[in-house]
Design a protein around this ligand. Structure first.
Ligand SMILES: [Zn+2]
Length: 95
């Protein structure tokens, strides 16, 4: 049995679906969808700081495009993901 493969919308790397984070549009906001329980169009991101940062670039342009939602509010969901997977704990490059 083959595992489904998805592509990160930021770095375009194909990975097994369960190795990526799924996000979906719910109303006006982006939400994290652990376990892929929500229906509808989803987007996938690698659980690493570089991709989470890329997803937030230009106010979430890449996610807005992937989800076909130009009005989408991506900030809260990305902040949540970065807190879990991301750069908040990596303060090694202090001035
Ligand atoms: Zn990626």
């Amino acid at each position: 049995m083959r595992r489904p493969v998805r592509t990160c919308v930021v770095c375009r790397t194909a990975r097994p679906q369960d190795a990526l984070l799924r996000v979906v549009a719910a109303g006006a906001e982006l939400v994290v969808d652990p376990g892929s329980r929500r229906g509808g169009r989803g987007a996938y991101l690698c659980p690493r700081p570089a991709c989470l940062q890329g997803a937030g670039a230009r106010d979430g342009a890449v996610l807005r495009r992937a989800l076909r939602r130009p009005d989408l509010e991506v900030g809260p969901a990305l902040a949540e993901l970065r807190a879990t997977h991301g750069d908040a704990t990596d303060g090694a490059t202090a001035p």
